[in-house]
Design a protein around this ligand. Structure first.
Ligand SMILES: [Zn+2]
Length: 219
């Protein structure tokens, strides 16, 4: 957990200050998906170049779709991961999943500390041995202005591939386990909005309405 003023602070909450930045939109990612069809599982997207990739916001439809497994571990995949890490860092986030940048593949990046050496790229991740439970407030870079109290396992084992295609198994607790679960949810098209309590719905109603209106206005 991040320390701030002598108490523990959930970085998902810290992110919230940064994800309130002005909305940005990129219209299409078709060409990247077209040139890497066997890597990019979702063929409905479309980008001229990785430089144009941006963090998409709710209710962009791709955020609610299950992503496809990565089949090739090549330079295109490594370039995408590198770009995602840069976007995550720029947004002061602790995790970013490929669907959030319009790519429907099972890949996420995360970094719980912000230190460059702590970057992790997770390809085709699966979570097992989810144990314990705790509720924490979470935000999402794709859903600015919204926070939801979410109960998650406090311990998890992550099986993933790295960018060279090597299988890796890791165990983590608390914040890191929470980030893994949040990002893995993205790969199954699940958002924090899907786990809102009635109280969360009331608190976030206005922000969600604004996001929907913004999306419609930019369509
Ligand atoms: Zn998220």
């Amino acid at each position: 957990m991040f320390a701030s003023g002598g108490r523990e602070v959930n970085p998902f909450t810290i992110d919230r200050r940064f994800i309130l930045s002005p909305l940005r939109r990129v219209s299409s990612y078709r060409s990247f998906a077209h040139t890497r069809r066997n890597v990019i599982g979702c063929f409905t997207m479309s980008p001229p170049s990785l430089d144009k990739l941006r963090i998409l916001q709710y209710p962009s439809p791709i955020l609610s779709r299950a992503a496809e497994p990565v089949e090739e571990f090549d330079d295109a995949l490594r370039a995408l991961a590198s770009r995602m890490l840069a976007l995550m860092r720029e947004a002061k986030g602790v995790g970013l999943a490929a669907p959030q940048v319009g790519m429907g593949i099972r890949l996420f990046v995360c970094n719980p500390t912000g230190e460059e050496g702590d970057d992790i790229v997770c390809v085709n991740p699966t979570l097992t041995e989810l144990t314990g439970a705790a509720e924490e407030e979470e935000g999402c870079l794709s859903i600015p202005g919204v926070t939801v109290n979410i109960r998650r396992a406090t311990s998890a084992v992550l099986k993933r591939h790295n960018l060279e295609g090597h299988a890796i198994t890791q165990h983590a607790t608390d914040l890191v386990a929470r980030i893994w679960q949040h990002e893995a949810d993205h790969l199954d098209g699940r958002l924090i909005l899907d786990q809102m309590s009635t109280a969360d719905e009331i608190v976030n109603r206005r922000a969600i309405k604004q996001l929907k209106e913004q999306y419609q206005a930019e369509k």
